[in-house]
Design a protein around this ligand. Structure first.
Ligand code: SF4
Ligand code: MG
Length: 326
């Protein structure tokens, strides 16, 4: 598979200002995140709310401006592109939001909502665009009459399908899906997930799929990255991550969900305390304040991101060569 997107050392710090306008601190929303995304693949990004997974997705699309790092799309660093160059690359990268409500104008008909991105990017004639809207309606499972409906006449799942059709209007190669099914009933979730998968197979799309629900990610992702306090602490092919999690944080997340296979025994890991503030993240390993396996060096030494087996990376001193494995 061809590499589509390579993210290296991505960082987003939000300044915190005093009443006099002086920067007094930073919210370290994402801190040195690195991963790859291949063509036709889904990379799932999981973690608790506030861990920086949405910020990562939005930074890649430059909906927010990253502080530092590289975002290589087909080898081109997006952070060095400007104007029309950036616009043409950005056209290939779209987003599906958690709440399609907020991304759809209540006063505009569905047909217009799907056509709008093509109008903005000046694609095709009016006739060609209308034709394309009907194709897209069909692709996401609507009959023609939905062209004339308004968002409030649609259910949550239907609105999410409109959001997907709208994202597809510009023929993207990459879609960042930010919790696309979190707001939906469980029965509707699988319909939307199945649709996403069908469309991916048909069009060869890549997805960066942001979610906090591990079972959803397990279902849709080829590889999964686990975020904690702005860092990607582990990433691995999906089945490997679920069967052989290495990072203590990943283990704790997985130990909280029931296992479908009763033959696999999993140690229950309960974490002490709360997630520290991203204003003042812990020194050394960011997880050390809550890690049941923390060692002395974890407080001061930042663990490197190590590849333990093919595509399986972990950021934890337990896996340093010079130390015994646990
Ligand atoms: Fe725990 Fe230390 Fe590993 Fe961090 S580096 S996860 S504190 S064992
Ligand atoms: Mg979020």
């Amino acid at each position: 598979k061809e590499l589509l997107l390579r993210v290296r050392g991505l960082k987003k710090w939000f300044p915190v200002k005093s009443t006099l306008g002086r920067t007094i601190n930073h919210v370290k929303a994402i801190n040195s995140v690195s991963f790859d995304l291949y063509e036709g693949e889904t990379f799932g990004l999981v973690g608790e709310s506030g861990c920086g997974k949405s910020t990562t997705g939005r930074s890649i699309l430059r909906l927010i401006e990253p502080t530092e790092g590289e975002i290589l799309y087909r080898g081109q660093n997006l952070l060095e592109l400007k104007g029309s160059e950036l616009r043409s690359v950005r056209q290939e990268m779209q987003m599906v939001f958690q709440d399609p409500h907020s991304s759809l104008d209540p006063k505009k008909r569905i047909g217009y909502a799907i056509e709008e991105p093509m109008i903005i990017h000046r694609l095709g004639t009016k006739e060609e665009r209308t034709q394309k809207v009907f194709e897209l309606l069909h692709k996401v499972g609507f009959s023609k009459e939905y062209y004339y409906r308004y968002p409030h006449e649609l259910s949550g799942g239907q609105r999410q399908r409109v959001g997907l059709a709208r994202a597809l209007a510009l023929n993207p190669k990459l879609i960042v899906c930010d919790e696309p099914v979190s707001a939906l009933d469980v029965s509707i979730q699988s319909q939307v997930i199945n649709l996403l998968q069908e469309i991916q197979a048909e069009l060869g799309l890549s997805y960066l799929f942001v979610a906090h629900d591990l079972s959803v990610v397990r279902h849709i992702a080829d590889r999964v990255g686990v975020m904690y306090l702005g860092q990607l602490v582990e990433q691995a092919p999906t089945e490997q991550l679920f069967s052989q999690p290495l990072h203590p944080y990943t283990k704790s997340l997985l130990s909280a969900v029931p296992i479908p296979n009763p033959k696999i025994k999993r140690e229950r890991i309960l974490l002490q305390g709360d997630v520290p503030s991203p204003l003042n993240p812990p020194s050394g390993c960011i997880f050390h304040t809550r890690c049941p396996f923390a060692m002395e060096r974890c407080r001061t030494e930042v663990p490197q991101n190590k590849e333990i087996s093919i595509h399986h990376y972990v950021q934890c001193h337990l896996y340093d060569e010079t130390h015994e494995h646990h």
